[in-house]
Design a protein around this ligand. Structure first.
Ligand SMILES: [Zn+2]
Length: 205
C-alpha cells in the first residue's frame, strides 16, 4: 500500500551506495602481467631474429608510465609504455615486443628510420604475432621505405624470395654503423628500388 515508505526505510538503513569501477585498473593490470610474461619468454629469442648472440642483449627496464603521452618508446635500455594506452589496449602486448626489438637492436644511430622501424615491425608481425594478424599491404600503398609494418612486409618478402639472411645482414650493418643502400645489391643482386618494384608486382589492391 505504501511502497515508497518501505523503500525509504531501506535506503535510510543502508546509507548511500558507493561503487568502485576498477575496469581500467584491471585492464592495466592485464597488460602489465602479459607484457611481463612476454618479455621474460621472448626477449632472448629476438637475438635469433636479428642474428646476434643472446649474450649481447642489453638489460631492459619496462616502465608503465603515467606521464608519457605517446604509445611506447625505447631509449637505450628503458622502454616506456603509456599507462593510458595500456589500459585502453590491454591486448596489444605486441607493441612491447616491438620495443624489446629496439632494445636488442641497440644501434648507434636511429638512421635510416624506415629500416630501423621496419626491422622491429618485421620481428613483431612476421615472427611474434599470429599469421592471421599479419598486415596485408596493398599494391597502391607498397612503398618499401614506408617504415613500420609496410617495410616489415617488404623485408619478409626479400627474406622469403631473395636472401634469407637479409634481416641479419641489415641488422649487422646498422649495428656496426656501416649501412648504405648499396648493400641491398651486394646481398641480393638487386638494388633497393629494383627489389621494391619486384615486391610491388607481387601485390594486389
Ligand atoms: Zn619503433
Amino acid at each position: 500500500m505504501f511502497p515508497c515508505v518501505t523503500a525509504f526505510v531501506a535506503i535510510a538503513l543502508q546509507g548511500p551506495k558507493v561503487e568502485f569501477d576498477k575496469t581500467q585498473l584491471d585492464k592495466l593490470a592485464r597488460f602489465t602481467r602479459e607484457s611481463e610474461r612476454l618479455a621474460k619468454d621472448k626477449y632472448t629469442s629476438i637475438a635469433d631474429v636479428l642474428g646476434i648472440s643472446k649474450e649481447g642483449l642489453t638489460d631492459v627496464k619496462i616502465i608503465i608510465d603515467f606521464n608519457y603521452d605517446g604509445v611506447a618508446a625505447t631509449s637505450g635500455k628503458v622502454i616506456r609504455v603509456s599507462a593510458k594506452y595500456a589500459a585502453g589496449h590491454p591486448d596489444d602486448t605486441g607493441c612491447v615486443y616491438h620495443e624489446l626489438c629496439h632494445a636488442a637492436q641497440a644501434y648507434p644511430r636511429y638512421d635510416p628510420v624506415w629500416l630501423v622501424e621496419g626491422i622491429a615491425d618485421y620481428a613483431r608481425w612476421f615472427v611474434y604475432e599470429p599469421e592471421s594478424k599479419r598486415p596485408v599491404v596493398k599494391k597502391s600503398k607498397a612503398n618499401a621505405r614506408a617504415s613500420y609494418r609496410t617495410t616489415g612486409a617488404f623485408l619478409d618478402w626479400v627474406l622469403r624470395t631473395k636472401d634469407k639472411e637479409i634481416v641479419h645482414q641489415m641488422n649487422k650493418a646498422l649495428h656496426d654503423d656501416v649501412y648504405k643502400e648499396e648493400l641491398w645489391k651486394e646481398y641480393t643482386g638487386s638494388t633497393l628500388d629494383e627489389l621494391a618494384e619486384q615486391w610491388k608486382a607481387t601485390l594486389s589492391d
